[in-house]
Design a binder for this molecule. Structure first.
Ligand code: SF4
Length: 272
C-alpha cells in the first residue's frame, strides 16, 4: 500500500459511528487528527487491529506550519553562516557589534549572530525572523529612491499580490478606521515619518521595517458616501533588496503587532 496522505483513506477503515470515544466528535475529524499527528490510531477502540497495523505503516503525517517555519529559518541560518558580516553590514545599512549584525527595524535593534541566531528585546516570530535573515542574504544595498510602486510590481509578487491586499492592506485599513488615533500614534512611535501626501491621501507616512526597505502607508479617511482607502507602497528598489514573500511577511508581522497592541491599549480592549 502506498503512503497515506488523505484522511479519507483512514476514514474508510473506521466504524463511522461518530461515537466520540476517541475524544473528537466524528470519525472524519479523528482521521484528520491522526494524519496531523494530533491523535493516535489506538485512540479508537473500534479499529480492527489488522487495519491499525496496515494504516500505521503507511501514514505520512502532515508537517505543521510551525515545522515549515522552523525549516525555513534553519535553511536561511545555514546561508547566513557563510557570510562575512564586515562586508555585509554597510550593504545592509546595519551596524557591526561585537562580530554580530545589528539591524534596525521600526526603531528596534535585532541582533543577528554569525550562526544566524537572532536576539532582540522584541518578540521574535517567523514574521520577523524569516525576512530579516533573507534580507541579510540577498540585499544588494540599493539605496531607496523615494519612488513608490505598488507591491504587485515587485518581482515574483504575482502569486502573493492578492494575499498582500487581503491580509495586509485591508486589515490595516480596518484598524485605522476603528482606531485611527491609536494606529497613527503607534506608527509614530515606531519611527514613521510624514511623507509628501500621495494621491490626495489624508495621511502618508514612511516606516522602515528594514534599513533599505521603506514602506509608504497612504490612508484616505472615510467621507460621506465613500469608504476609507489604504495602500502600502514600496520603493522602486525594494525588489533588489528583498523578495516579495519577505515583504509580505514583514507587513503581516507589523499588522499582527498592531492588533496585539490595540487589544492591550484600546479603551474597551476590543479590535472592532
Ligand atoms: S472512537 Fe472510533 S468510531 Fe468512535 S468516533 Fe472515534 S473514530 Fe469514530
Amino acid at each position: 500500500m502506498s503512503e497515506i496522505k488523505n484522511p479519507l483513506e483512514i476514514y474508510g477503515a473506521l466504524a463511522k459511528t461518530n461515537c466520540g470515544e476517541c475524544g473528537v466528535p466524528s470519525c472524519m475529524a479523528f482521521a484528520a487528527a491522526v494524519l496531523q499527528g494530533q491523535k493516535k490510531l489506538v485512540a479508537c477502540p473500534y479499529l480492527d487491529p489488522a487495519a491499525m497495523a496496515r494504516l500505521s505503516q503507511n501514514i505520512v503525517q502532515r508537517r505543521s506550519l510551525e515545522d515549515d517555519h522552523q525549516q525555513a529559518i534553519s535553511q536561511l541560518q545555514q546561508q547566513v553562516a557563510g557570510l562575512d558580516f564586515s562586508l555585509r553590514a554597510p550593504c545592509l545599512g546595519a551596524r557591526l557589534v561585537d562580530g554580530n549584525l545589528a539591524i534596525n527595524s521600526l526603531g528596534k535593534d535585532f541582533i543577528i549572530t554569525p550562526a544566524g541566531e537572532m536576539v532582540s528585546e522584541c518578540h521574535l516570530n517567523h514574521w520577523v525572523y524569516v525576512p530579516l535573515l533573507h534580507y541579510v542574504i540577498v540585499c544588494q544595498g540599493k539605496e531607496p529612491l523615494g519612488e513608490w510602486v505598488p507591491y504587485s510590481t515587485l518581482p515574483g509578487a504575482s502569486e502573493w499580490s492578492q494575499y498582500f491586499s487581503h491580509r495586509c492592506e485591508e486589515p490595516l485599513r480596518q484598524l485605522a478606521d476603528a482606531h485611527s488615533d491609536l494606529v497613527f500614534e503607534m506608527l509614530h512611535l515606531f519611527g514613521a515619518k510624514p511623507a509628501t501626501l500621495s494621491g490626495g491621501a489624508d495621511h502618508s507616512l514612511v516606516i522602515l521595517p528594514l534599513p533599505k526597505v521603506p514602506f509608504l502607508i497612504n490612508y484616505w479617511e472615510p467621507e460621506e458616501g465613500f469608504p476609507s482607502k489604504l495602500n502600502i507602497l514600496l520603493d522602486r528598489t525594494a525588489g533588489e533588496n528583498i523578495n516579495a514573500q519577505s515583504v509580505n511577511l514583514l507587513a503581516r508581522g507589523i499588522i499582527e503587532m498592531f492588533r496585539q497592541l490595540i487589544l492591550r491599549h484600546s479603551r474597551d480592549g476590543k479590535l472592532f
